[in-house]
Design a protein around this ligand. Structure first.
Ligand code: C2E
Ligand code: MG
Ligand code: MG
Ligand code: MG
Length: 278
């Protein structure tokens, strides 16, 4: 009976995989159609100087508005796009849109606003796509010192020498580099010192721990202090409560973003906000 049960499980597993594969293929086709028909839009989440409350930057976050299914979250298509290679064309569209937006801000008096763009490690590591990205960048006349490329640690570690070289090339163009989701990987600050990184983004899973538990908050306090000593800028992600905000300010975390301060905003909401503020 045990053997029979085992056999049943194998069969079930196989069917499950085939179902998943089919779903994957259908989703990839949908995504392809979406890319070709520009079903995407960029939202912008404001980033704040925590002690003054002023807006210093915006993080571009992609949104897929499917004509029938409606909103599809990045977590439901970015990993798939990375798997299929569709991330390349998608990301070219994202970077172009973001740079157009930056150019617009510069023309309308918001040139001091920094722009953060998330870049997949796949794009950075691909010869052809990275080259295309560099070409795209040369067609825009914007202040690259106010553009931050966000990349995750796993993306760097999987191809470390190559990615370091590419990040240095971006830095030579003026871009700043941020390490996204810090605290979710194998993060060691001394190790990270080898990487050409200017900014560390403390992951929201870290920020969530404030102020529930003494040990966790102690760890955050020391990460902030070590990051300062190593001359990194630190951006806290996912600030949702006043306690978290106060704690981060108390331990000299200069900037942050999160639902407490502002959710990601549509293009129109972003323009309205900037018009109102500046
Ligand atoms: P991320 O780059 O770490 O972006 C932060 C995510 O946290 C965003 O989710 C944002 O909406 C969300 N968030 C911000 N504040 C809060 C908060 O206070 N509480 C909570 N619970 N969440 C908050 P989103 O937009 O769904 O994006 C998820 C991830 O998808 C991003 O994480 C990034 O890794 C990826 N992604 C989004 N846009 C792009 C893109 O244009 N290119 C690439 N390669 N990846 C992207
Ligand atoms: Mg990010
Ligand atoms: Mg992040
Ligand atoms: Mg994240």
């Amino acid at each position: 009976a045990a053997k029979q049960g085992g056999k049943d499980r194998v069969v079930f597993y196989k069917e499950d995989m085939e179902k998943n594969n089919l779903e994957h293929v259908q989703m990839a086709n949908k995504l392809q159609f979406g890319i070709e028909n520009e079903e995407f839009t960029l939202f912008y989440q404001p980033q704040f100087r925590l002690n003054t409350g002023e807006i210093i930057g915006m993080e571009a976050l992609v949104r897929w508005i499917h004509p029938i299914e409606g909103f599809i979250a990045p977590i439901d298509f970015i990993p798939l796009a990375e798997e299929t290679g569709q991330i390349y064309s998608l990301e070219r569209w994202i970077v172009k849109k973001a740079l157009q937006q930056k150019q617009q801000w510069e023309k309308t008096g918001f040139g001091h606003i920094e722009l953060s763009i998330n870049l997949s490690g796949k794009t950075v590591a691909s010869d052809v796509d990275f080259h295309q990205l560099e070409m795209l960048v040369t067609t825009f006349d914007v202040d690259y010192s106010k553009i931050i490329i966000e990349i995750t640690e796993t993306a760097i570690i999987s191809n470390i020498e190559l990615v370091i070289e590419r990040l240095n090339r971006l830095k030579n163009k003026g871009f700043k580099i941020a390490l996204d989701d810090f605290g979710t990987g194998y993060s060691s600050l001394t190790y990270l010192k080898k990487l050409p990184i200017d900014i560390i983004k403390l992951d929201k899973s870290f920020i969530n721990l404030i102020p529930q538990n003494n040990i966790d908050t102690l760890i955050i306090k020391h990460i902030l202090s070590l990051a300062h000593d190593l001359k990194y800028e630190v951006v806290a992600e996912g600030i949702e409560t006043k306690e978290q905000l106060e704690y981060l300010k108390k331990y000299y975390c200069k900037s942050g973003q999160g639902y407490l301060l502002s959710k990601p905003l549509s293009h129109e909401e972003t323009s309205d906000l900037l018009d109102r503020l500046f």
